[in-house]
Design a protein around this ligand. Structure first.
Ligand code: SF4
Length: 392
């Protein structure tokens, strides 16, 4: 990839693999756990940070999970002090994912004091029955309370995560959730359709015929999402992501995006490098993809021996890497400028993928001019299928 070489990696993802209980739809690596294993994980994570710190100068940091907000004050302080000691602070965007049931004023203040400047809150729904159905541990009241706590602690960049096409969710319920969530006035909104992943209780219920999937309703809900978000002053910049504020020339890229777009995720979608630490985390550094063990015990054992806890390494062939970069980037409304794509991957979309681009354009899923190829609003609805055509 052009422009690799000596610069330090500017993006850091850290996976916190613990949840109070497992949600019915969730296939992320996390486990209900407490006490000793969490302390052991924190020590192992600190060791892992020490092993990679020399190659990092993070502009974006993202703690995801799992439920990062499940860590207690002492555990958070240990991690944040380590970031300071290793000169990893000062990120322009520093996000921590929070579950509304585990936000407290003390924790919010601690995070803020150590430079966390963005919180992503997993709301999913504001309907009590659906929260129950999803196995979420929080109530709707906790969402409103946590939002206030975070504002009072000084957070002025908050994301809310919502889900649609949940079994039992009607259009009336979805509209009500959207209206209430938008009225909170967050700076960012992410909203995903429910996915039925193997080995989840929700998938088992679907297989057992306990409910049907209604694709037409899911499409209508997605359209409703876009319309309501835009009416509330958001700009859509990716299939499932909306942000406020005027479009600016983004510092991490040459593309124009809303000022409060999630820079960390934008780096993924533009094919940038990032370190991924913690159990099950994937990283992508200068063309080498790594994946850590999805097993917290094993992760800790490896790091206690002073080794990275990497399960697999894969050096992607350049064309395959370029295909993946194309596919990710097309999830964004701006699509790809041909020159930007060439600068990022050393390949020309018009040479390698002209047939696929014509196919998508003929179907009404994409548009192309002399500078750029991008998905249309219809194409964005089917972005996964469209993007698949670019994989080699
Ligand atoms: S809180 Fe998030 S990571 Fe944990 S089980 Fe639920 S969806 Fe999965």
């Amino acid at each position: 990839m052009a422009g690799f070489v000596t610069t330090k990696v500017e993006s850091l993802y850290i996976h916190v693999p613990f949840c109070a209980q497992k949600c019915a739809y969730c296939a992320f690596y996390s486990e209900p756990s407490g006490g000793d294993l969490i302390n052991r994980y924190v020590a192992a994570l600190i060791r892992e940070l020490e092993l990679v710190a020399d190659d990092l100068k993070p502009k974006t940091i993202f703690f995801g999970g799992g439920t990062p907000s499940l860590l207690n004050l002492r555990q958070w302080e240990q991690i944040l002090r380590t970031l300071q000691r290793l000169n990893l602070t000062g990120a322009e965007e520093f996000t921590v994912e929070c579950n509304p049931a585990t936000v407290s004023a003390d924790k919010a203040r601690l995070l803020r004091d150590f430079g966390v400047n963005r919180i992503s809150m997993g709301v999913q729904s504001l309907d009590e029955a659906l929260l129950d159905r999803l196995g979420r541990i929080h109530t709707r009241d906790m969402v409103f309370k946590s939002f206030d706590i975070l504002r009072q602690a000084g957070f002025d960049n908050l994301n809310l995560d919502l889900m649609f096409a949940i079994p039992g969710q009607t259009m009336v319920i979805w509209r009500a959730t959207l209206a209430e969530a938008l009225a909170l006035g967050s700076e960012h909104l992410s909203s995903y359709e429910v996915i039925y992943e193997d080995d989840t209780p929700l998938f088992a219920q679907l297989k057992a015929g306990e409910f049907d999937v209604d694709d037409d309703l899911a499409c209508d809900m997605y359209e409703e999402l876009i319309e309501c978000a835009i009416n509330a002053g958001f700009q859509q910049y990716e299939v499932a992501n909306f942000a406020r504020h005027k479009t600016i020339n983004h510092q991490l890229s040459t593309i124009n995006l809303p000022a409060l777009a999630c820079r960390h995720n934008v780096n993924y979608w533009r094919g940038g490098s990032f370190y991924g630490l913690g159990p099950s985390a994937t990283g992508y550094v200068r063309g080498l993809r790594t994946k850590n063990w999805s097993n917290t015990q094993l992760y800790c054992e490896q790091l206690e021996k002073g080794k990275r806890a990497i399960e697999s390494r894969e050096e992607l062939p350049p064309l395959r890497r370029a295909g993946e970069t194309a596919a990710f980037g097309l999830r964004m409304n701006v699509g790809w400028e041909f020159e930007e794509f060439r600068g990022t991957t050393d390949f020309d979309l018009r040479q390698e993928w002209s047939r696929e681009m014509e196919q998508l354009t003929a179907r009404g899923w994409a548009a192309q001019d002399a500078q750029r190829f991008q998905l249309t609003s219809q194409g964005l609805r089917f972005a996964d299928a469209a993007a698949e055509l670019f994989l080699r």
